[in-house]
Ligand binder design. Structure first.
Ligand code: 5AD
Ligand code: SF4
Length: 478
């Protein structure tokens, strides 16, 4: 198996050299537009791409028509996301007609698949470069080559298992939330999933690098940090044998300042009792670094036969005993999950087992997906693919059940006072503000935008399935 490599300082320096060369080449006033699809890992990658682009002299714009550099950061987890990214990329053709100097690059998981690369090479001649997820640290180099050699470049091999530290990251100034990757890639090969093929093998950052980054975010006023990895429970830095994710959480909780540390995603087969104990020991509290009470634990299916066919390595009962332990040890925990409906050969009875599991756990929220056939995965070749209509109908039933449960869970908070971190102005209704509880629930309230970043006590007046409405009783100045 390939060994992970922490990129040498000289490799990183090479990329910084490319950044200054591009900066000289493009002059001033150039703009970059980035469109991101998919998961938080992709959002975090986009922050890196943008950070490098800014160092090269580009200013971000939210109007693709004004850009001199357009980046599309794609997702490949489901077909729908791929088709959307392709159709959006198609629209940028017109921007190139208006501005022939425009450079269009496609990055992310979609372009680490051979058939998509071929497709884009042949059918999207106005796309100037493709850059796979495991190579994003070489973005300055591919951009420089594209600008100077006037030819298209396709760097897409998912094989390299490198970790690049100390690249610039563009984070929204003054934001109270941030993402920090702790590991990359996945070794699990769940049979439906494309991720191990497009993001390469698991590799973990050194704890010192993660701790340094988290520390500096906290010092800069960030109050909520989500640690990211395809399976954070298999965090295993080469530099420190025996050190795992629970140890990392423990060390982060020793930092000074006030912050809630969350994480995603956790594979149930690797979520240990030790992990649960560390979380139990460090609740979020005023003036401290603590661990979020939101626990995302993907179930995928409630049927043991389907779990086996998915290569998940746990049974429903094993999952349930983990859930019981989490609920017992972490009072007030908010459980969320991912579920796939319509995996090949799933019967009505097996789907009902999933509904029963959802009733047993009583999640606060579930992310439910219709199974999507991914070329090259084991499940794509399985017989017994389920009819689209049946899949759609199962999804509907699952969503309806969960809406009821979420609402019942939330209604219990009505007339109670809860603590939340004030995030800022609401993204959906600008006259309102939003706050988030330590277990991840969204509160809408009327308040002062200057309070963003403070913690407050909220009286919950009304609860819906996915949101709470309340009033701010008082803020806590830290
Ligand atoms: N089809 C549908 N959902 C999928 N997921 C991953 N691969 C597929 C697929 N082929 C879901 C899983 C995973 C989440 C991030 O996306 O539920 O946990
Ligand atoms: Fe995909 Fe499974 Fe890895 Fe998650 S653990 S990224 S579902 S292969």
């Amino acid at each position: 198996m390939e060994k992970e490599v922490i990129l040498s300082e000289s490799e990183i320096k090479k990329q910084f050299d490319y950044m200054s060369q591009v900066k000289t080449l493009i002059g001033t006033g150039k703009k970059v537009y980035i469109r991101t699809f998919g998961c938080q890992q992709n959002e975090a990658d986009s922050e890196k791409l943008l950070g490098m682009a800014e160092t090269m002299g580009y200013t971000p714009t939210d109007k693709s028509g004004q850009a001199d550099l357009i980046l599309v950061n794609t997702c490949a987890v489901r077909e729908h996301a791929e088709l959307k990214a392709l159709s959006i990329s198609g629209e940028y053709k017109h921007c190139k007609a208006d501005n022939p100097q425009l450079i269009i690059g496609i990055c992310g998981c979609m372009v680490s698949q051979e058939h998509r690369v071929k497709d884009i090479k042949n059918r999207y001649p106005y796309v100037d470069f493709l850059l796979g997820t495991t190579l994003i640290h070489r973005f300055p180099e591919i951009l420089f080559k594209t600008l100077t050699e006037k030819k298209r470049n396709f760097w897409v091999s998912p094989e390299t298992s490198v970790i690049a530290e100390n690249l610039p990251v563009s984070r929204v100034p003054g934001a109270v939330e941030a993402w920090v990757s702790v590991m990359y890639g996945c070794n699990n090969f769940c049979t439906y999933c494309i991720v191990p093929y497009v993001r390469g093998r698991e590799r973990s950052r050194n704890p010192e690098d993660v701790i340094k980054e988290v520390d500096s975010l906290i010092k800069n006023g960030v109050k909520s940090i989500t640690l990211l990895g395809q399976n954070v429970n298999s965090y295993k830095p080469l530099s420190k044998p025996g050190y795992g994710f629970p140890e990392l959480l423990e060390d982060l909780c020793k930092l000074d300042g006030e912050c809630v540390i969350g994480f995603m995603t956790s594979h149930p087969k690797d979520a240990t009792a030790e992990l649960v104990e560390v979380i139990a020991k460090h609740p979020p509290a005023t003036g401290k670094v603590g661990i979020s009470r939101r626990f995302h634990l993907p179930l995928q299916s409630g049927s043991d036969r389907i779990l086996k066919a998915m290569n998940r390595h746990y049974t429903l009962e094993k999952y349930m005993s983990l859930v019981e332990n989490i609920k017992r040890r972490i009072p007030g925990v908010s459980l969320t999950t991912d579920i796939i409906v319509g995996f090949p050969t799933e019967t009505e009875e097996e789907f009902r087992q999933t509904l029963d599991a959802v009733r047993r756990v009583r999640y606060d929220n579930i992310y439910s997906f219709i199974y999507s056939k991914r070329k090259g995965t084991a499940a794509a070749a399985m017989e017994g693919q389920i009819d689209e209509r049946v899949k759609g109908e199962r999804l509907r039933r699952l969503i309806d059940l969960q809406s009821e449960i979420s609402k019942e869970n939330n209604v219990r908070l009505e007339n109670l006072t809860v603590r939340g971190l004030i995030e800022g102005v609401s993204k959906t209704s600008p006259e309102k503000m939003t706050a988030r509880t330590a277990d991840g629930k969204l509160i809408h309230f009327t308040g002062n935008p200057e309070d963003a970043g403070k913690c407050g006590l909220f009286l919950i007046e009304k609860a819906e399935s996915h949101e709470l409405f309340g009033s701010l009783v008082k803020t806590e100045d830290i």
